[in-house]
Design a protein around this ligand. Structure first.
Ligand code: UT7
Length: 332
């Protein structure tokens, strides 16, 4: 009998309506459209506004679309894994909030936090539950409301991040499709360069932590850039080499959208042209766990059964990873 593989059988993304453009940011901090565009590739990003609106709001919208597209009832879902760095609350897990809102009464769920590599980690984890043969419908979500932890007086971070997310369905197949291989890495010595200092158990919220701006994401951009360029490119090339894939075999690179220059370096290292790179950073900025599912959503109609995709990400931790996916369906 052939091995059970975890096939992606549907994808759907969601971004909120409110747009924050580079022009808008010019009136908030000392920056300009030209600097942001040339240094990052970002033109605008989406912001989730309104009282009591958390990451689950976007995840539920994405999941509703996914269930529609895959003709699935919420009760059929076995497991929901939500990759996020901006959960609705510290606990309970946002995956449980999502399950409750959508009526996934037979699912268990949990969150996974690996910063910008969260979706890659969650997809790898979710695929194992299918490959064991134990579960039939696993939903993997990547969503973040980065605007909830961005300091809009800090020009080094506020130009980068946006809100959004997506959800995909994993189901078993005995055909040669699905999550073929993945490589995941982390290095905790990256902590000083990209983190949110307070709000965890080490520095719980106090008046001082709030006044000192310690509940915002902070990064040493140039340092993170240096690690990201090398590691994301290396790991994408490594998963190809390990599986004997040449650049001609690859239909698309699906890169985490943190900076267009990091994406370009990864594509160069893989030996593929711009036409094979999924790109939407100009529209959404860096949505952390949301970038890869949002790319798959935007390019879904161009993907064909059997296409080889390389998903790659780098983020806080540091964390990084790459996945080889063989796409399982033609455009519907
Ligand atoms: O998502 C996962 C992890 N995150 C990333 O992968 C992000 C990685 N880092 C980056 O994408 C880039 O480092 C940034 C986009 C954050 C910054 O670009 P950079 O080319 O590395 O700029 P820099 O930090 O080296 O700063 C260069 C100059 C500095 O001015 P001086 O010291 O040369 O006078 C900054 O103060 O640019 C200045 N600067 C800005 N100028 C206009 C920094 N931010 C801005 C800004 N507008 N928004």
């Amino acid at each position: 009998m052939s091995r059970i593989q975890a096939a992606i059988t549907g994808i759907h993304g969601y971004v909120p309506e409110d747009v924050l453009t580079n022009k808008d940011l010019e009136s908030m901090v000392d920056t300009n459209d030209e600097w942001i565009t040339t240094r990052t590739g970002i033109k605008e990003r989406r912001i989730l506004k309104g009282e009591d609106q958390g990451t689950s709001v976007m995840a539920v919208k994405a999941l509703e679309g996914l269930l529609r597209k895959t003709n699935t009832k919420a009760e059929e879902i076995d497991l929901i894994i939500c990759a996020t760095t901006t959960p609705d609350m510290v606990f309970p897990a946002t995956a449980n909030v999502i399950a409750n809102k959508i009526g996934a009464v037979n699912a268990f769920g949990y969150d996974l936090q690996a910063a910008c590599s969260g979706f890659i980690y969650a997809l790898t984890t979710g695929s194992q539950f299918i490959e064991t043969g134990k579960y039939k419908k696993v939903v993997v979500i990547g969503a973040d409301k980065m605007s909830s932890i961005v300091d809009y007086t800090d020009r080094t971070t506020c130009i980068i991040f946006g809100d959004g997310g997506g959800a995909l369905m994993l189901e078993p197949t005995e055909q040669d499709f699905g999550i073929k291989d993945s490589i995941l890495r982390s290095d905790g010595s990256g902590e000083p360069y990209l983190h949110m200092k307070a709000g965890g158990s080490r520095r719980p919220a106090t008046v001082d932590t709030v006044n000192n701006g310690e509940h915002f994401a902070r990064q040493e951009g140039a340092m993170v850039f240096k690690f990201a360029v090398k590691n994301m490119a290396d790991i994408a090339a490594e998963v190809m080499e390990k599986n004997g894939l040449s650049s001609d075999d690859i239909a698309y690179l699906v890169p985490h959208q943190a900076n267009k220059r990091i994406i370009d370096a990864t594509a160069r290292r893989m030996g593929i042209g711009d036409d094979k790179v999924m790109l939407n950073i100009h529209k959404y900025g860096n949505t952390t766990s949301g970038t890869i599912p949002l790319c798959l959503h935007d390019y879904e109609h161009q993907l064909k059964k059997g296409d080889n995709l390389i998903l790659a990400a780098f983020g806080g931790g540091f964390t990084w990873g790459a996945i080889w996916v063989k796409w399982a369906y033609d455009p519907k």
